[in-house]
Design a protein around this ligand. Structure first.
Ligand code: NAG
Ligand code: NAG
Length: 185
């Protein structure tokens, strides 16, 4: 009994260590991070997501900083039933570049770390739940719908370093007409 407990605790601390290494972008600047992004890469190892991996499109997101330092994120997702708009609220923490949010889908608070961004081209974002890879994602955002191969390679290397299997890493094609053209975005 006692050995089981020790083993479980050891496994859990190893998993936690993997993410504890990840630091946010130095001198993170929320105002420069604001605006339009496309999610051009995604690493997500959830079994329930696996069947949809090849169907994912590069969703568009709009980052709106709020006066108190929190963030509204609006995402436009191309789905089989059309273009869906979703709103997310990211709450700031004491560490710039690090946020928390409540996932209504998984009914839990998750951590968001903007790991690396140069603001004008790309952003590498880790969304995670300590102890549980099923709820963890790495996303690559680009200011345009396609980014240079060098940036894609950086994203893949980071996802692999976080223990994501190669087949869980996708670089979705652009979403056609989502948001619909002429909608003001
Ligand atoms: C942020 O999102 C909340 C909830 O959807 C909304 O009520 C609020 O108006 C939004 N604020 C801005 C500045 O977009
Ligand atoms: C970000 O990357 C792009 C493409 O390499 C480059 O043109 C731009 O100058 C970079 N921006 C900063 C702030 O480093």
């Amino acid at each position: 009994m006692r050995t089981t407990v020790v083993a479980v605790v050891m496994v859990m601390s190893c998993v936690m260590m993997a993410y504890a290494d990840v630091k946010p972008q130095r001198d993170f600047n929320l105002q420069r991070f604001a605006g339009k992004w496309y999610r051009v890469g995604l690493a997500y190892d959830s079994p329930s997501f696996a069947p949809f991996r090849e169907k994912v499109k590069a969703s568009m997101g709009m980052v709106t900083p709020l006066p108190n330092g929190n963030v509204n994120l609006t995402m436009w997702d191309a789905t089989p039933v059309g273009c869906q708009i979703m709103g997310y609220q990211y709450e700031k923490t004491a560490v710039p570049g690090q946020f928390t949010y409540f996932s209504t889908r998984h009914n839990m608070v998750k951590d968001i770390t903007v790991v690396d961004t140069n603001y004008t081209e790309y952003a590498l974002v880790l969304k995670y739940k300590a102890f549980n890879r099923e709820y963890t994602q790495v996303a690559l955002y680009g200011r345009t719908q396609t980014v240079r191969g060098e940036i894609i390679n950086k994203f893949k290397a980071f996802a692999l370093s976080q223990g994501f299997p190669r087949e869980s890493i996708v670089t979705p094609p652009p979403a056609g007409n989502c948001p619909p053209s002429g909608s003001g975005h």
